[in-house]
Every structure is written in C-alpha cells, then in structure tokens.
Design a binder for this molecule. Structure first.
Ligand code: PLP
Length: 386
C-alpha cells in the first residue's frame, strides 16, 4: 500500500545528514561541554557550531540564542521569564496560540496576572487594531504566534511588535511553524523573543531554541549548573543539538526553493479538491498562509472518521491540533475563527513537506474524493442523498 505522510506540521522526518551527524557524534564524542579537558572542549566546539547554525537560520547572532528542550520550553521561558522581571501585571496573547503559550499565560493569570486573550478574524489572524485597543500602560508582554499550526495563517508580527513597543511592552512570537517555511528574520520582525523548534524542520525531537534580543535579561526558570548562560541549566542534549544544527543549516540553504515547490503542490491539491468535491472549504487565510498547509472542511463529514479512512489507505493527516491529537474536543483555533459546527467538526489538516510529490498528492486527492463521497452516502443528513 502506498504511504503518504501529510502531517509535517506535527513533526517531520529527519534529514539523513542530521541522522549521520548525530550517530557519529553519539559514537565518537561523549565529553561534557562544561568540562575543561580536551573531551569537554571538543564537545563545546560541536555545541557552539550548532548554535551558530541555529542562529543563522533566523539571521541573528549565536549570542542571542538559547538552546532548550523544544518549542514548549522556549515558550515557557519567554513568558514566565519576562513576567518576572518588569513588575507590571498585564499580559496579552491571542486565542489561536499553541497550548505551550495559552496554558503558560493561563498559569500566570492564576498567579495574579491579568490576562487578555485577543480574538482573531475569520481567517485566524490577529488584527493590529485589536491589539492597539487592548494595550495598556501596565502591559508587560504581548505573545502572538507568527504562523498558526492548524490553519497556517501568518500574523502581521512586525506591525504587532511595533505596537507593543510603542506601549512599552515586550513582544514574543512563537515561530515554531513559520521557521523554514517563510522568511523569519528575528531582527527584521523587531521581536524581543522568538521561539523555534528542531523537529519541525527535519531535525530531532526534544530540541528547540529561544532568541532573546540584546539587553533583555530574562528570569531563569530552571536552576542548576548554569548552562546556557545561566538561563537554562542542565547538561545539554548535545546529540540532539548537533542534529538541530545540521537541520538548520540545510533548511537555511534550501527553504526558499522547497517552499515554492510545496506551495505549487498545495495549491494544486486545494483547487482540485474544492473543484471536484462539493460543499468543501479552505480554512485559514487564502493568501497569508504557510505554503505547506491545507486545512479543509467538507460538510456532512466527521473529520475523525475521514482521518481514519485515510489512515487505512496509508495517508497521514490531522484532524485537530497536532499536539493534542487523541482528543476529540473541537479545535480552539477553528472555534476562535467562528466556524460553524459543520465546518468545525469536518476540518482536516494536510501539511506537506520534504519527499511529498505530485504523484502522492494526486493519490491523496483521489482517495479523498472517494472517501468523502462514500461517507456522505452513509449520512442521513446529506442533501445529495435525497
Ligand atoms: N508552538 C507551536 C505553534 C507548535 O506547533 C508546537 C508543536 O506542535 C509547539 C509550540 C511545541 O513545540 P515542541 O513540540 O518543540 O515542544
């Protein structure tokens, strides 16, 4: 049976070069980069080379990059670490954030901070005017994601960061989904902090990074040996970091071409799906969206049922937020966008990536046409059956 992996927003396969570099590193190098002897010094060279590659991917200095255990930890450090340093009490985030941001902000609310959750428009975007109206003198932090993990909508982060700064607030963006797919230059975006993650760019899981601009000193969240310039203690996951470095370097070299290739395949898939399958829609912004994301709803279809049928034919997609798969509660992102129940429950996300080609997408299209039709045939509500 043909297998097609279309869940790259959840995680990606490793670049073979990352596997090789990690394998070699695990076999030949075991020094602790904090040790002063030659074994430690050698490990430190690997650590700093990887940091340089990870930093170059978002066009910043390695001195501004702190390596973490992933996007979740980087989001936590950014939010908790800045909440502890200003004395202000008001935090702003958006309704479509990943739970790594939403739940951390919610935790702070329970600790006595005031939390404002910005609504999004019908496409899932945070409008600058909405942020402008929510900012206050005592706003300490605005955290708004660069691109959404479910619908791929890209937020106007540069404009949002500027507004936050004009009001005297810090600005953090979760760029886990956008790095490697669209241009992400932390300095051009004008953000104070930016989160990204290795396993979304064909690197290993359990590694991520937080960019922190010059002059911003966050409160550490993990105490111990003082690694990562005291911000994040703990002996480094060096083999993972080496893999992240290789993935970052390869992504930097090839992302533009790959993004254009994926955009072409995605556009073909979406237009053909909507042309040939009645009563369907594309969720998220029609233009301002990640090039590899297609989030589609088909009326009279249960998203999970469709997902299982696709899985039986070798196709991997996702029906909700990648990281909360297994849960059948409706997506908070689609809810925030105001989707009616029929579109909400029938949404399915296809996220393309390396290795996906036109032949595979045409196979998915034919299976989709077939399965949507057969599921609708079994539905007592589908008007086409009348
Ligand atoms: N933020 C976003 C937007 C994500 O999509 C994810 C993972 O899906 C994360 C954060 C969490 O990153 P990690 O899996 O590296 O902890």
């Amino acid at each position: 049976m043909q297998k097609v992996y279309l869940d790259h927003a959840a995680t990606t396969p490793l670049f073979p070069q990352a596997v090789e570099a990690m394998t070699e590193f695990l076999r030949d190098h075991y020094g602790n980069p904090s040790s002063l002897h030659s074994f430690g010094r050698e490990a430190k060279v690997f650590l700093e080379q990887a940091r340089a590659d990870v930093a170059a991917l978002i066009n910043v200095s390695p001195d501004n990059v702190f390596l973490t255990s992933g996007g979740t930890e980087a989001d936590n450090i950014a939010i908790l670490g800045s909440a502890a340093i200003t004395g202000k009490k008001h935090i702003i985030t958006s309704a479509t954030e990943h739970h790594a941001v939403l739940d951390t902000c919610e935790y702070l609310r329970k600790q006595g901070f005031e939390l404002c959750i910005l609504p999004v428009d019908e496409y899932g975007a945070v409008l600058p005017q909405v942020l402008r109206d929510a900012l206050r003198e005592d706003t300490l932090l605005v955290s708004v994601m660069h691109a959404n993990n479910e619908v791929g909508t890209v937020n106007p982060v540069r404009e949002l960061a500027q507004l936050a700064h004009e009001a005297g607030a810090l600005f953090h963006t979760d760029a886990v989904q956008s790095v490697g797919k669209i241009e992400v230059d932390a300095v051009k975006l004008g953000v104070d902090m930016l989160t990204y993650s290795s396993h979304k760019i064909n690197g290993p899981k359990g590694v991520g990074a937080l960019y922190v601009r010059d002059g911003l000193c966050l409160q550490r969240q993990v105490h111990g040996g003082g690694q990562e310039r005291k911000l994040r203690s703990g002996t480094e996951n060096l083999s993972g970091i080496v893999g992240f470095g290789v993935a970052a370097a390869l992504t930097r070299a090839g992302w533009r071409e790959e993004a254009e290739r994926l955009r072409g395949l995605r556009d073909l898939f979406v237009s053909e799906a909507l042309r040939t399958i009645p009563a369907g829609r594309l969720n998220g912004h029609p233009q301002e969206r990640l090039p590899h994301n297609a989030n589609l709803s088909f009326d009279y279809i249960e998203g999970e049922a469709l997902l299982l049928h696709l899985d039986m034919l070798g196709i991997a997609a996702s029906s909700g937020s990648a990281c909360s798969s297994g849960s059948l509660s409706p997506s908070h992102v689609l809810q925030a966008m105001g989707l009616s129940d029929n579109w909400l429950h029938s949404a399915i996300r296809f996220s393309l990536g390396h290795g996906v080609d036109e032949q595979q997408m045409r196979y998915v299209l034919s299976v989709l046409q077939d399965k949507v039709a057969s599921l609708r045939k079994a539905s007592p509500f589908y008007i086409g059956n009348a």
